[in-house]
Write a protein that binds this ligand. Structure first.
Ligand code: GDP
Length: 140
């Protein structure tokens, strides 16, 4: 399987509870390497731009609000099949349906405040990485 990169965000519910290190340990234990990382406070406009694909969904406003309630940690994860592997480590969107040991099962507060974002395809990963990072920020 090819080495890939994927965009991950540790969401405000997790940074508020000081869980950045515990979330990162799950990535590293799964063989994912954090090759770029930055803590940022998203503006409303940035959250809306990032989640533009979800603009028509009923929870769009609420999602954008929750993403600006505190700092997030944006990161690039690298590894074999990193996009799918990260989705596995994250667990299902709804923490009640997430497998034991996944980030969302262990840490998420709700379907919305679910602790992490991860790109859902290599194509979207490239777009989402470009949203936050330039080439020189990523050190593999
Ligand atoms: P993901 O790829 O697993 O993050 O899930 P989606 O792409 O479907 O949704 C994006 C984000 O929107 C999720 O991570 C949640 O934070 C939020 N979300 C998804 N479904 C719901 C929902 O039914 N209600 C609310 N309030 N938020 C949701």
């Amino acid at each position: 399987m090819a080495v890939e990169r994927t965009l991950s965000i540790i969401k405000p519910d997790a940074t508020r509870r000081n869980l950045t290190g515990k979330v990162n340990a799950k990535f590293e234990d799964a063989g994912l390497r954090i090759v770029a990382q930055r803590r940022v406070q998203l503006t409303r406009g940035q959250a809306e731009a990032f989640y533009a694909v979800h603009r028509e969904r009923p929870f769009f406003d609420s999602l954008c609000s929750s993403m600006t309630t505190g700092p997030v940690v944006v990161q690039v994860l690298e590894g074999e099949g990193a996009v799918a592997k990260n989705r596995e480590v994250m667990g299902a969107t709804n923490p009640e349906q997430a497998d034991p040991g996944t980030i969302r099962k262990d840490f998420a507060e709700s379907i919305e405040a679910n602790s992490v974002h991860g790109s859902d395809s290599p194509e979207n990963a490239a777009i989402e990485i470009g949203f936050f990072f330039s080439q020189v920020d990523i050190v593999g």
